[in-house]
Design a protein around this ligand. Sequence first.
Ligand code: CS2
Length: 487
Amino acid sequence: MRLTSLNDLPSDVTRPGYTPSEHRAGIVHLGLGAFHKAHQAVYTDTALAHSGGNWRITGVSLRSPETAAQLAPQNGLFTLIERSAEGSTARIIGSIAHAYCLGPDRAAVLDAMTAPATQIVSITVTEKGYGIDRSTGGVDTVHPAIAHDLNEPDAPVGVAGLMVWALHARHAAGVPPFTVLCCDNLPDNGTMLQGLLVDFARRALPEVANHIANDVAFPSTMVDRITPAATDATLAAAARMTGHADAAAIETEAFSQWVIEDHFPTGRPYWESAGAMFVADVKPYEEMKLRMLNGAHSMLAYAGFLAGCTHVADVMANPVLNLLVRRHLAAAAATLPQLAGVDFEHYADALIARFSNPHLHHQTYQIAMDGTEKLPQRILAPALDAQAAGQPLAPFAFAVAAWMRYTLGRTETDETYALRDPRAEELTQLTRDQTPQTIVKNLMSLPSLFPDALAEDDTFVQMVVTRLTTMMQDGMTQALTSEQAAP
Ligand code: CS2
């Protein structure tokens, strides 16, 4: 029987501590993926149980109809499986009130975004979903959704277009703006998104640009929960644990963190009841997370994938890679300013334990996706700081070389794989049949990727060339051994 209600669930399955149908939606979420379901939907579920309110979520997929097709017939209910070293637990989440896909459900999505009851619009569309030009902070006019929406601002398909359209419609109707909550792994994500929307508005709907610049709240956030893509095994586990077929089940780790700037003029759920931390400045938390967790993740994904490790836990079981992950965490930590109440060594130890969780099947290939969108904040920003402070650059040079080796699109046994990067074509053109030296030179000259101070630092460039040469000529295993021996 399909999961459609909270009836007939085994007693060890946790259910919502409230009656979902008694709460209306107050949040629209764009990017209804596994991460949202494992993170914000769960915090909201706990907050609804704790202090009620009309804070359920209208979830929207911008492109893929799959998630809405899974959730809608289940009345938004889904199983969250939490996997820790101690075992697995199942919980039913009830915070999603509606699940839509923009294409077929456009009218319902636009209604929800303009409804006075909507107080917050939150977003997880991954780094590449926004269409930011990193060198200006404004829109990237060749990004397909940006290009489309600049041309047709009344029929938006992307984040910037939809948000600006909705804020404009509300403003024109005298409805107060919603608060915009960006939950993607980008630096200064609130400020970044505000800059993007203001620039989009100036070009497409200039009459609303000042309103967005002056009257709309964009709190920044740091979000954290490792959430592998769901597989058939996830669905089978959910069926076993709940006794119901659940097409929308997901699995995640037990750990979860959310640090948010407390700037919600339109109100918000009592997310602190689920452990969210409200602070005046998110930046130090976000840098810690992007540079340590995500930086080490990217490094281990490229090196691990090429060394034949399918899952992150396999990487951690390789003694040399394990050491290099620890080295990377220490190098990233050294670039961070002190953060009151946080010990970076403990944080690094906790990350090692999380990455090593054998019950979480998190693929290196999943993390390897979209390298050109991830490298700047994860690897290049800390490398720049390390360079300025005279700290060791080898860990960052190794990570960069591993990414460059990955962009060749061939495993060591000569199997091809899709790069899954918005700049995949450029990457392939710049690297095909080239020497390590030329590959480094070409990739470092990609517009808006490598900061000049790194691309023009001969020592750093040579460190990357040496490492890429070993990776290409002798293989990743040899490169790992040489790296371990490197000073
Ligand atoms: C990962 C993140 O796929 C990736 O790039 O580094 O999704 C990571 O699992 C999350 O940020 C953890 O919070």
